[in-house]
Design a binder for this molecule. Structure first.
Ligand code: ATP
Length: 315
């Protein structure tokens, strides 16, 4: 089984306790571990895969809580860093329909420094770039570009999720798109939401968006469509794999559970060419990943809602 290296942010999500209220009305918050690439690493580890999280938190109690949370979840954090800058904090409220209202205060995640020793660890393994805050400057952005080059030169299977946050890129969306392009060009697998696929391609239509994004470089594209399922696009298949019927209460982390479950299965695949040459193996993997996303919506929070392999088998 291949190792999966997930690079990017790890932060505290302060989740408003009262349901159905936006942040302006929320008074009480619960502290939870968050950050898309950290969630992905946790999803992989919970399903029995081997994942590393590479990111930076503060040398404060929140940073300690985050590192402990990942460690308890069997994620290898030995390549992560601690900084004197305060841990990054996000504040999240869940509206009645399960969607999020969210603001964040950036801190230590941007301090991740490039570590040249990692290069040889990437050899023939999987490297997942779950961008989110990684294009917002700081050492992290510099490290991101360098790790992309290392992944390419070490024959890694490269996975990319832009994790676009509209609030953070108001009026500067074109810059975000430019920063994503090298990652789409070099990735074997890209995971987008519909909004992201449309933004990155400039095309409204799903098939046209995928055609454009394939041309940039990515062979496998998954577009997650919430309760509708996932659109899978490869040279061999273009179709929606329907989702599993559940009663969602909080969609936080569904996309991360999805890509984590997909990467865990790819980590077990010995001949990666089979992923794009035929349709069946990848369709089955996406079906499993849809289950992981669905289960995650049935509980509050991201990491605590991630499924075990047993839960996936039972669904
Ligand atoms: P996030 O922003 O949390 O990363 P996302 O927008 O990337 O999420 P979603 O489309 O919300 O991802 O969800 C990912 C996957 O989880 C979907 O493709 C689907 O398989 C599953 N899923 C999400 N919402 C539901 C739902 N309401 N019912 C069933 N399955 C769901």
């Amino acid at each position: 089984m291949k190792n999966v290296f997930c690079i990017g942010e790890l932060l505290i999500d302060f989740v408003a306790e009262k349901q159905g209220s936006d942040l302006s009305k929320a008074n009480n918050f619960t502290k939870k571990a968050g950050g898309a690439p950290a969630n992905v690493a946790s999803a992989i580890a919970k399903l029995g895969g081997k994942s590393f999280f590479i990111g930076c938190v503060g040398k404060d109690p929140f940073g300690t809580f985050l590192i402990n949370t990942l460690t308890e979840g069997q994620v290898d954090v030995s390549l992560s860093q601690r900084s004197d800058t305060f841990t990054t904090l996000a504040f999240v409220s869940i509206a009645e329909d399960g969607e999020r209202d969210f603001v964040f205060s950036r801190g230590a995640d941007k301090e991740l420094k490039y570590d040249r020793r990692l290069s040889k660890l990437f050899k023939d393994q999987i490297v997942h770039f779950g961008a989110a805050t990684s294009f917002l400057g700081g050492h992290l952005e510099e490290a991101y570009s360098l790790y992309l080059q290392e992944a390419v030169s070490n024959n890694s299977f490269i996975s990319f999720d832009p994790n676009f946050r509209a609030d953070l890129w108001k009026g500067t969306e074109a810059i975000f798109v430019q920063k994503c392009i090298p990652f789409i060009e070099k990735s074997h697998l890209c995971k987008f939401s519909l909004e992201e696929a449309q933004l990155l391609s400039g095309k409204e239509n799903l098939e046209e968006a995928c055609a454009f994004l394939h041309k940039l470089g990515s062979k496998i594209i998954t577009i997650t469509l919430g309760g509708e399922g996932t659109y899978l696009s490869t040279p061999a298949v273009k179709k929606i794999i329907p989702s599993i019927k559940v009663s969602p209460i909080d969609t936080t982390g569904a996309g991360d559970a999805f890509i984590g479950c997909l990467l865990k299965q790819i980590a077990l695949t010995t001949n990666l060419d089979t992923l794009t040459s035929g349709s069946e193996p990848l369709e089955n993997m996406v079906q499993q990943a849809n289950k992981a996303g669905a289960i995650t919506t049935t509980n509050y929070g991201a990491i605590e809602s991630l499924p075990t392999q047993q839960q996936l088998n039972q669904l």
